[in-house]
Design a protein around this ligand. Structure first.
Ligand code: S3P
Length: 419
């Protein structure tokens, strides 16, 4: 299989969520161009609409959001449905914790199993109250109030937790300082600064100084590096050709996957680096070369956490062993991605084993075939879709439609990238 072509990947999911939320918290119109059109982003738009923010249909580019300001978010009349989206649930919980009313966040079966204690705990310390009926999963009732400031030491590098606290601090007008064990993606900090909010970043500490108002801002959403990773991996696994992906967000907190592909032996290059709204953006070039297994260290994990299923599939075709540790967070994503990746690799004939906080994959060039159980997890479907395309199409995927939460046109784009 050879790769070819130049393709623009869809808008970044993390930045699209934040662009909608911060535009709602601003006053006046923000024009958002290149917003991701996927189910997760629809979930954020749906929740914001239920709070009284006018958001036109997502999909007609650009989308203009008329911000209502933090105080303008009104009491919702029903449950707020975050669907499959952890980012919607966790970031919105920060905003809602600072509004003086009761609201209830719900989600689909997968999201309802994911831990919300990581946000409810610090937000409770700030003064909000939470009610759960199902461990610390959704549904989650939030009883918001006037919050106090907080200095919080996160147990893991989580941009969702950090962002929830920064959003709570902004909405309540109180200081927030978040210390992380390693820096997680910093899109919230960059975008808040771009809108005039005083957020400082020093190493893995983010500090919000209250007092500023959130300005409306036009945003050009860059391409999603997590989506680009599937095509870079496809190129790495190919027998020839080259793929070019313009306009990809090159924020170092998101590009660990490309550094690892490069280390595995693939040809990876960045061209035309520029800055769009505080985020580095560039054209990514990827092409095949002989691949070898690598060790992915815990300190690299935050910058490639969502790409580990794809890297596990690339490792299946690399010579030698690939070992990942320090990635226990993978167990609480849209599925238990450690268990599911290893189970599916084995199901198609790959030598793989689970570690408590990672996995080991031993690559080979054996023919691969079998059926993948995605448990509705989009990144599992796409990772094995790439592996299937690269190895002769004998890998069957039980639920191809689940890609809709982050990349609805994935199968079409994958077909077009190969010859
Ligand atoms: C995200 C943060 C990460 C990531 C998720 C998106 C975000 O989650 O896995 O897909 O947009 O903030 P954690 O904050 O749980 O690490």
């Amino acid at each position: 299989m050879k790769v070819h072509g130049r393709r623009r990947v869809p808008g970044d999911k993390s930045i699209s969520h934040r662009a909608l939320m911060l535009s709602a918290l601003a006053t006046g119109p923000s024009q958002l161009t290149g917003l991701l059109t996927s189910a997760d982003i629809q979930s954020t738009a749906t929740v914001l609409r239920a709070l009284g923010v006018e958001i036109p249909m997502i999909g007609n580019d650009p989308v203009v959001v008329n911000g209502v300001g933090a105080a303008g978010l009104r009491l919702p009349t029903g449950d707020l449905d975050a669907g499959n989206s952890g980012t919607t649930a966790r970031l919105m919980s920060g905003i809602l914790a600072a509004r003086p009313y009761r609201s209830r966040l719900i989600g689909d079966a997968s999201l309802s199993k994911r831990p919300m204690g990581r946000v409810s705990k610090p937000l409770s310390e700030m003064g909000a109250k939470f009610e759960f009926v199902n461990g610390d999963g959704l549904p989650m009732t939030i009883i918001g109030s006037a919050l106090r400031g907080i200095t919080w030491r996160s147990e893991s590098a989580s941009a969702q937790v950090k962002s929830a606290l920064l959003l709570a601090g902004f909405t309540a007008g109180v200081p927030v300082e978040v210390h992380e064990p390693a820096l997680s993606r910093d899109h919230t900090e960059r975008m808040m600064r771009g809108r005039g909010v005083d957020v400082r970043s020093e190493g893995a500490v983010a500090t919000l100084v209250p007092g500023a108002t959130m300005r409306a801002l036009d945003v050009q959403v860059p391409g999603d590096p997590s989506s680009a990773a599937f095509f870079a991996a496809l190129a790495a696994l190919a027998t020839g050709g080259e793929i070019e992906l313009p306009g990809v967000c090159a924020n170092p907190g998101r590009t660990g996957v490309f550094r690892v592909l490069d280390r595995m032996g693939a040809r990876i290059g960045w061209e035309d680096m520029s800055d769009e709204g505080g985020e580095p953006v560039a054209t990514l070039i990827a092409a095949p070369r002989t691949l070898k297994g690598v060790t992915i260290a815990p300190d690299e994990v935050p910058s490639l956490i969502d790409e580990l299923p794809m890297l596990a599939c690339v490792a299946a075709r690399a010579s030698g062993e690939t070992r990942v540790t320090g990635a226990g967070e993978l167990r609480v994503k849209e599925s238990d991605r450690i268990a599911l990746v290893v189970k599916n690799l084995r199901a198609v004939g790959v030598d793989a084993e689970e570690l408590p906080d990672g996995f080991v994959v031993r690559g080979s060039d054996h023919p691969l075939s079998g059926r993948i159980e995605t448990e509705g997890d989009h990144r599992i479907a796409m990772a094995f879709g790439v592996l299937s395309a690269a190895t002769g199409g004998m890998i069957d995927i039980d639920d191809r439609d689940c890609v809709g939460v982050s990349y609805p046109d994935f199968w079409n784009d994958l077909g077009q990238a190969t010859v």
